[in-house]
Design a protein around this ligand. Structure first.
Ligand code: BTN
Length: 247
């Protein structure tokens, strides 16, 4: 079957944010499957308005997706899976912290920022992926150094970002195609197998307030399901997860 993702790769030395470059090129130079890669970003963005520090050595890319009827939330989840698979291929036993923080031993090594964009009636999703591959931790600002890690710091090995990207895109292509098929419950199950949030006691900060409980599953729409202290099932569509002690 033809590969969709990575059939066109546009490389840049430095950009503000690869997500912004992808959005500017949408419908022109960038079509479904186009990947924008930059050596560094001067204004890399993370979820919830946070910055994504992007020194040289890391992998910064954005993949242009056409979601069809897959929810943007689910695509956000799907986009984290290939990052975990690629890191595992390079011996880092990473997991996903719902929705798509890529972590190892509670330290963040990668992240995904999925943004939906309308252009002349067409709906696109730009999946921005940042991975601390060959990043020395002392190149990161003090405020994230204590909670971040990199492939280089974990394994003492430098990888080729090009090979890492190639591997990651091959894995991404498989899950992207699955997300377009009817097998979305299978995809949610595959996601959960990589997600370390499941079965944990968590607190989720949502725009409506904090929800606490045990994470029990992820729906085929990408929502996290918690069982709260009263035994009630609560679905959360977006938020920031942190561990919560048993009370
Ligand atoms: C997060 O964990 O908060 C998401 C981080 C996403 C960072 C990537 S780097 C490539 C792309 N361009 C951006 O500005 N952000 C994403």
């Amino acid at each position: 079957m033809d590969t969709i993702l990575g059939r066109k790769v546009l490389r840049f030395d430095a950009v503000e944010s690869t997500n912004d470059t992808a959005k500017e090129l949408l419908g022109g130079d960038a079509d479904e499957g186009t990947v924008i890669v930059a050596e560094r970003q001067v204004a890399g963005r993370g979820r919830h308005g946070r910055a994504w520090f992007s020194p040289p050595g890391g992998l910064y890319c954005s993949v242009v997706l056409k979601p069809g009827d897959t929810s943007v939330t689910m695509l956000g989840l799907v986009s984290g899976m290939p990052v975990v698979k690629a890191l595992r291929h390079w011996s880092v036993l990473a997991t996903l912290k719902w929705p798509n923080d890529v972590v190892i031993r509670n330290r963040k090594i990668g992240g995904v920022l999925c943004e939906g964009v309308y252009r002349q009636d067409a709906f696109w999703v730009v999946a921005g992926i940042g991975v601390n591959t060959n990043v020395s931790l002392d190149r990161l600002p003090a405020e994230v150094r204590g909670t971040a890690t990199s492939l280089k710091a974990e394994t003492d090995v430098e990888v080729s970002n090009e090979e890492f990207l190639e591997y990651m895109l091959r894995e991404f292509d498989k899950v992207y195609k699955a997300s377009k098929s009817s097998a979305r419950n299978v995809l949610a199950r595959d996601y959960m197998a990589l997600c370390s949030t499941i079965r944990q006691q968590v607190a989720v900060e949502t725009p409506q307030g904090t929800v606490r409980g045990t994470a029990i599953e992820v729906t085929s729409q990408g929502a996290l399901v918690l069982m709260d202290d009263a035994g009630k099932r609560v679905e959360v569509a977006d938020g920031s997860v942190s561990p919560s002690s048993i009370r």
